[in-house]
Each structure stands twice: as C-alpha cells, then as structure tokens.
Write a protein that binds this ligand. Structure first.
Ligand SMILES: Nc1ncnc2c1ncn2[C@@H]1O[C@H](COP(=O)(O)OP(=O)(O)O)[C@@H](O)[C@H]1O
Ligand SMILES: [Mg+2]
Length: 252
C-alpha cells in the first residue's frame, strides 16, 4: 500500500470536519488522484449529503463490512460523476443511515482492528493515492486506533475556548499513544480576526503545526452541506484555504 491515510478529527462536533474533508478530497481527486473518503462517524453519519449521495443508494455500508456481512470492495461507491469532476476518481464509503444499525453500533461498538484491515485492503483494491477518514467527534478507542495508522492526523478546532480545551486533550492523548503526524486546522475564523495572529498564537500555545486557517463563511452555511463548495465557488476565500491545505498534504 503506497497511498496516504488522512484522518480528520475534532474533540467537539460541528467544527466543520465533514465539509472540510469532502472539499479537500474532491480537490485532491480533481488534480488527477484516486481518492477515497470513508465515513467512520457511524453514530452520526453526514458526509454523504455533501457528495449528493442519496441514502437509498447505500446498499451495503461500512456497518455491513464490520459485521462480516460483505466484503470491503462492496462498500466503496464511485461518486466521481455525482460530484462532477473530470479528472481523478473519487470513492465514497458510507456508514448506514438505518436507525437500527446505528443503534447497534452505539450498543456494541465495533472492531477497530477490522476497520483498519479493511482500510488498507480497500486502498489496495482501488489503488487509492489518498484515503480520508471523517471521524466521529471526541475521543474514543476506535478513532485512536485508526489515528495510529494515519499518515496525517488533523484536529479541527474553532476559535472557541471549549474547542481550545478539548483540543489540548486530544493532542495530549495523540502524543501519549505515539502519533507524531498531528496538525491543527482552525476553522470558522471571523472576519474581524487576524488569521496570521490566530495561527501564531495557536502554534505557540499547543507546540503543534497549524496546517491551515479557514474563514467563517456565511456562503458555506447557505449551501447547507448540499454540495462540494469549492466546485461551485472556486474563487471564494473558503476555497482558497481548502486548496492551500490540500496542496500542503500533497506535498508532504
Ligand atoms: N468555514 C465555515 N464557515 C461557516 N460555516 C461552516 C464552516 N465550516 C463548516 N461550517 C458549517 O458548520 C456546520 C457543521 O459542519 P460539518 O462539516 O457538518 O461539521 P462536523 O462534521 O465537524 O460536525 C455546517 O452547517 C457547515 O455548513
Ligand atoms: Mg461530520
């Protein structure tokens, strides 16, 4: 396996993980790469909406694979045409949207080692250059186990004191289990803040690289996660930030 695994994590929910993941993955695919995106937020899946992937098109999901009901090759869906990119290939691995199946995960958890084995296998089968993992917020064993096999571990935070405290905890845990590829990504920076100053202050406070800063955007909220924003609004400041971070990931 030669592809890169990029995990997108946050201590708290609503930081923008799913929108950031969908936009970065689409951008990197559009540059001619084979990219996968997996929704491991099994308790509260959502990123399928951004790809315009109707829940009725989910025949077999990550849940089925984790319960041994199907092979991992059966849960990757080609969404290149749904999303509408001309170059590259974009694959999406959904979690189930069925209430009973979400409830079963809440009750029983899942085997994170089996998930990791599946990630590696699916990258091989589809010859992926990158696999993005959209994780469930907060610290749980499953997220940490998949973080351990990631080449890039990104923690998304907002300029908010609740996120600041939570991020310290996530970072500390990541350090303790030996994850050395962590970067911070600051999202939803209000227009009145100086992004250069926010970046410098956070790098100093956490002793960790900030891979990018993304402005708060009313335009993004207005699209209501119905589309991959960068494709429709390539000249927007949100899209500029996504491109810069993605280029950084492709370089390293
Ligand atoms: N830079 C941004 N500016 C404004 N709103 C944003 C930004 N990034 C994300 N959002 C909004 O925040 C909400 C949560 O985003 P989402 O990607 O679902 O986060 P998560 O996956 O972390 O829960 C969505 O309504 C989304 O439109
Ligand atoms: Mg999400």
């Amino acid at each position: 396996m030669s592809g890169k695994i990029v995990s997108i994590h946050s201590f708290r929910g609503g930081t923008g993980k799913s929108n950031i993941t969908a936009n970065m993955a689409t951008y990197i695919a559009s540059k001619g790469n084979r990219v996968g995106v997996i929704d491991t937020d099994i308790q509260s899946p959502g990123i399928h909406v951004i790809f315009g992937f109707d829940e009725s098109s989910i025949h077999e999901s990550l849940n089925d694979y984790l319960w041994g009901r199907c092979a991992v090759k059966d849960i990757a869906y080609d969404v290149t045409d749904n999303v509408g990119i001309k170059n590259g290939e974009l694959y999406f691995i959904p979690s189930s949207m069925k209430l009973g199946e979400i409830a079963r995960i809440l009750r029983e958890g899942y085997d994170a080692e089996l998930l990791n084995a599946g990630l590696k296998k699916v990258m091989d089968i589809f010859d992926m250059d990158y696999l993005f993992i959209d994780t469930h917020p907060g610290l749980n064993e499953e997220t940490l186990i998949s973080a351990a096999i990631s080449d890039v571990f990104i923690i998304v935070l907002r300029p908010d004191n609740q996120d600041y405290q939570g991020t310290s905890i996530s970072l500390e845990v990541a350090r303790r289990i030996g994850i050395t590829c962590t970067s911070l990504l600051i999202n939803k920076i209000p227009g009145s803040y100086d992004p250069v100053e926010v970046r410098a202050r956070i790098e100093e406070a956490y002793g960790c690289e900030v891979i990018g800063v993304i402005p708060l955007s009313e335009d993004l909220v207005e699209t209501g996660s119905r589309e991959v924003f960068i494709l429709k609004h390539p000249g927007h400041s949100f899209s500029d930030a996504i491109r810069e971070i993605s280029e950084n990931i492709m370089r390293n």
